[in-house]
Design a protein around this ligand. Structure first.
Ligand code: GAP
Length: 508
């Protein structure tokens, strides 16, 4: 644990030192849970968005993209259920003055009991060696069975209390379980209250009787309200999808862990419209497709897992998360939700506009069902960054930090470096830079020793460094150094574009 925390701190420091992520408004001591992407961060982020867009929109003949406004008619949020149900139950500790999500406090308590089960399993597996049957052990060992019953009973009580809005019982549960404030150790809790996560603002001037509007808490509603527009103008036939990338805003109670949980963040969402009754088939399809997308980045399966929701959102009839092994443990990265016809039906009711699809094969009209894939750009960024961050001890005893980013996501694809700052080498290097810059994001630098320049490129994940030396002037060859192996090869300048291009291929 201490090690992972340490690693997380190093990644955050690295992200700042190398221009990936800065605290928002840092010169004013920052604004909590808001972050700015720096010169390399924005490139990595754009490449992630581009990878998603290509794989969802360009690679599917039946998915199109849109870009809806952040501001939407206030009734949107009544229809979507966000005004009534987009709440988190919160509780304050009177001593530490810290605010927590009450359900998360209970879930953390459950995680502790799960930890105890894991310990028992480990102990037993050591004791029984090769003959150990984990399945049998967890279903028969009295201590483990007792822990499992405890977990089941806590979960039942928590989720039924939340569903039925019995917040006093959530508080009683916290008290009965003896849950203490993780900071102060105090049990001096306030009542549990609901806290709506939407930010509101005023449209128009107050003197004109301004209207309250909300910053969208998910991009999905921009897609639902445009369903008819896109279906008609795009002559889309079910099943089809609408994709969108954009900002979303949530007034998170507990916003921490760097860019994992922010109040302003970006989502990449796709709503897939299907025939009623076929939604679970498509749900399985998209679960598998989305996992493939993650693995295509070269990050192994062991870093991902599916997690089935215990408690379904008000609109869903099935929901899975793809969790990633972040430095702070496995946490949600993406959600795949079967949203039924809840949203379109509700918009139909609230707007009075008929939102239906005439299915020529069935010769019938219906409100389509929706399977949604929803992933955070910032969380994907954090997943890729933390997986890529590598500290290496080299053969000569020195150390380097290298970001082993998938090459197609790297901010800079090639750095062009003259060996020395004289003898016509900078001019030749700039000529090479100019030849590559229209196809690839390149970088030119002549300051410092070549070793230092290599290290800086390693630290931002540049797959190739191209070094121009005196021999280049004689025979138009350069050395090209590969980031991960650090191997250098002498190649003709005319081969560079092909070599770089080959490294950047992805299937998605
Ligand atoms: N339209 C469905 C929806 O918004 P969600 O599970 O609430 O579902 C989807 O959010 C994804 O958005 C999450 O899996 C996560 O990657 C990202 N996300 C949600 N809240 C976030 C936050 N406060 N900061 C960063 N990313 C967030």
């Amino acid at each position: 644990m201490a090690n992972n925390e340490d690693k997380f701190k190093k990644i955050i420091a690295h992200a700042k030192e190398y221009g990936f992520v800065f605290q928002s408004s840092e010169i004013y001591d920052g604004l909590a849970a808001a972050y700015d992407y720096g010169q390399y961060g924005v490139e990595l982020k754009n490449n992630i968005k581009n990878y998603w867009w290509k794989s969802m929109v360009q690679h599917h003949e039946n998915i199109v993209g849109i870009d809806a406004a952040i501001f939407m008619h206030p009734t949107t949020w009544k229809a979507s259920g966000h005004i009534d149900a987009f709440n988190d139950p919160m509780i304050d500790n009177k001593d530490s003055k810290k605010r927590y999500r009450a359900d998360v406090l209970v879930e953390n308590h459950i995680a502790k009991i799960e930890g105890k089960i894991e310990k028992e399993v480990k102990k037993a597996s050591k004791r029984f060696g090769e003959n150990f049957d984990e399945q049998q052990f967890v279903s028969t060992n009295p201590r483990v069975v007792k822990y499992k019953e405890q977990i089941e009973s806590i979960k039942n009580r928590l989720y039924s209390a939340l569903e039925e809005e019995r917040l006093d019982d959530v508080k009683s549960l916290i008290e009965e379980l003896g849950i203490v404030d993780p900071i102060s150790g105090s049990r001096n809790w306030t009542e549990v209250r609901q806290f709506n996560l939407m930010f509101s603002t005023q449209l128009g001037s107050l003197s004109e009787g301004a209207n309250t509007i909300y910053l969208r808490p998910e991009t999905a509603q921009g897609i639902f309200v445009n369903y008819l527009n896109v279906q008609k103008t795009g002559r889309m036939k079910i099943p089809f999808g609408i994709a969108q990338i954009g900002k979303a805003f949530r007034n998170e109670i507990v916003a921490r862990q760097f860019i994992f949980r922010m109040r302003e963040f970006e989502q990449m969402e796709m709503q897939f419209f299907v025939r009623p009754g076929e939604e679970l088939k498509w749900f399985e399809y998209w679960k598998e497709q989305r996992m493939k997308w993650h693995l295509e980045m070269g990050i192994p399966q062991s870093e991902y897992r599916f997690h089935e929701h215990d408690k379904l959102a008000h609109y869903a009839n099935a929901a899975f998360d793809i969790e990633f092994n972040f430095p702070m443990g496995f946490k949600e990265l993406e959600g795949i939700h079967s949203r039924t016809d809840f949203d379109l039906k509700s918009h139909q009711d609230h707007s009075g506009k008929k939102i239906q699809y005439f299915d020529p094969e069935l010769n019938d009209s219906y409100v389509p069902y929706v399977v949604e894939t929803s992933i955070g750009v910032d969380r994907t960024f954090l997943a890729v960054l933390s997986y890529s961050y590598t500290e290496e001890k080299l053969e000569d005893g020195s150390e380097r930090v290298v970001l082993k980013l998938p090459p197609f996501l790297a901010p800079i694809k090639a750095a062009v470096l003259p060996l020395v700052k004289k003898d016509g080498l900078p001019e030749k290097a700039l000529e090479i830079f100019d030849g590559l810059k229209y196809d690839y994001m390149c970088f030119y630098e002549e300051k410092d020793s070549i070793g230092k320049r290599y290290r800086r490129q390693d630290a931002i994940g540049t797959p190739y460094c191209i070094t121009v030396d005196h021999k280049t002037l004689e025979d138009n060859t350069v050395t090209i150094r590969e980031r991960d192996t650090m191997k250098q090869e002498r190649v003709g300048i005319d081969k560079l574009s092909e070599i770089i291009g080959a490294k950047l291929k992805f299937n998605g």
